[in-house]
Design a protein around this ligand. Structure first.
Ligand code: 5AD
Ligand code: SF4
Length: 446
């Protein structure tokens, strides 16, 4: 250890896996600048908030946390505070943060991570807040930013950025920009390197992975990409998210069926069951088409696990509309469902729609929906009792030493007794005690 004290950083991340992965890239840049991570805000020389704006709740949390930083900044003048991510992609939000929280030194957009070194170098020179959120050249993706992934078994790999779907409630297309796919060679190179450095599982990320490669020169679509990733040495499991029902092709279903490493799990948000609401949401499929799609998937891949996202209380949603949502849940029997109260987002078409659903009605529907989804999750899990499943061991449980945690191919969490030497290995586990949120079992090999 040298005398020099290393600069320390802390990144706080809200939102989806894409944001988590962006934070890994930020960590990669910072470590190349000689920074190391700390868990303590007090010790940090640089605090970065990577924000989410998909629902109001996420934004409010960021504002609350920003307010708290003012004191810290007063105590430590050379502390640098940066805010990035989806919230700051909206110009009026970026300006609001700079005005209301003038102690923030840097505000940068989701595509500006490669410029972070420059922002930090200049942070103390300008005296004001540096704001850089302008969209670069249309369609550009910056390659080569080293992701500072935590050592481990699983890694996220972005395959595309942005979204062109404009679901009427969603702010993502406005903040993450147009859909653009990474080149197949760049993705495969990254995954090959991950395989060589001991990672066993990759999750391919995109807002809508099914439209991967649209308009690309090499003509590779998502099904083709999966087939290539399936060949990468060292990688044992391949996952992907999120899929849009309107673009899920037969070729993709066959690729999942045929590729041994591609796990039997699709996260397939349906959002709402009523055709009228689906139309107003601009989802471009009907309830019947969604149900038909899930049947087709189950015919080709019988053991597949389906999970979903559902919004309750979209403008104009009647009790009758909501019952269609419950019916879809009953029919598809999702292994898990993320359920959201509709949240009004600035500048989206749904914001301007009529008949916003009163909060108490939204809450009452959410409660009924949760009762149903949780009951079905528990029933699906109970059906696994005494079954033997393949588990990729992720490591020792944080709360119980001597207990290992891993996941089934269908993405269910499994806990069992075992030694750390099994981390990163595939083992067979017999499920002895299935619970609602996770499964308990014992190793039968390994
Ligand atoms: N209100 C509530 N939920 C939303 N989502 C996206 N936008 C909104 C909104 N305005 C949900 C969708 C999406 C998930 C990531 O977040 O269900 O699939
Ligand atoms: Fe939002 Fe729809 Fe795009 Fe998903 S597909 S990010 S919900 S606009």
């Amino acid at each position: 250890m040298g005398e020099k004290t290393e600069k320390k950083y802390i990144i706080k991340t809200w939102g989806c896996q894409m944001n988590v992965h962006d934070s890994e890239k930020i960590a990669g840049v910072l470590s190349s600048l000689g920074y190391s991570a700390t868990e303590s805000e007090k010790q940090a020389d640089l605090i970065i908030f990577n924000t989410c704006c998909v629902r109001e709740h996420a934004e409010l949390k960021v504002y609350g946390n920003l307010g708290r930083l003012k004191k810290l900044k007063e105590q430590k003048d050379d502390l640098i505070i940066a805010v990035c991510g989806c919230m700051t992609q909206q110009e009026e939000v970026a300006r609001h943060i700079a005005k209301r929280y003038p102690f923030v030194d840097i505000i940068f957009g989701t595509d500006k991570i490669h410029k972070l070194a420059g922002f930090i170098a200049n942070a103390k020179l300008t005296g004001g807040t540096i704001i850089d959120i302008e969209e670069d050249e249309e369609g550009s993706i910056i390659e080569g930013i080293p992701a500072g992934r935590e050592e481990g078994v699983k890694a996220w790999v972005a395959v595309m950025h942005g979204c062109n779907n404009y679901c009427s409630y969603c702010i993502v297309p406005y903040v993450r920009g147009r859909e653009r796919s990474r080149k197949k060679e760049h993705i495969l190179e990254e995954i090959e390197r991950l395989g060589q450095s001991g990672y066993k599982e990759v999750t391919l990320l995109g807002q809508n992975v099914n439209s991967y490669g649209k308009g690309s020169e090499d003509g590779v679509d998502f099904a083709g990409l999966l087939r290539e990733v399936n060949k990468v040495e060292g990688i044992e499991r391949v996952r992907f998210m999120t899929s849009h029902p309107k673009d899920l092709s037969d070729e993709l279903i066959y690729a999942i069926r045929d590729c041994d490493k591609v796990c039997e799990h699709i996260h397939l948000p349906f959002q709402a069951g009523s055709n009228d609401i689906l139309h107003k949401m601009n989802r471009k499929y009907t309830k019947e088409q969604y149900l038909g799609l899930t049947e087709k998937i189950r015919t080709e891949v019988p053991d597949i696990s389906l999970t979903t996202d559902i919004i309750v209380g979209f403008p104009g949603e009647s009790e009758e509309d909501f019952r269609h949502t419950l019916e879809v849940v009953e029919r598809v029997r999702f292994d898990s469902a993320f359920t959201f109260l509709y949240s009004k987002r600035r500048g989206t078409p749904a914001e301007r729609m009529e008949d916003h659903v009163p909060d108490p009605v939204k809450h009452e529907r959410l409660k009924r929906l949760l009762e149903l989804t949780e009951r079905i999750t528990a029933e699906n899990n109970s059906a696994l009792k005494d079954k033997t499943v393949e588990v990729l061991v992720e490591g020792v449980s944080k709360t119980h030493s001597g207990r290992l945690t891993g996941r089934t191919r269908t993405n269910k969490i499994v806990h069992f007794e075992g030694n750390d030497s099994l981390t990163g290995k595939l083992v067979n586990v017999r499920i002895t005690d299935p619970q609602s949120w996770s499964l308990f079992g014992e190793v039968t090999n390994g």
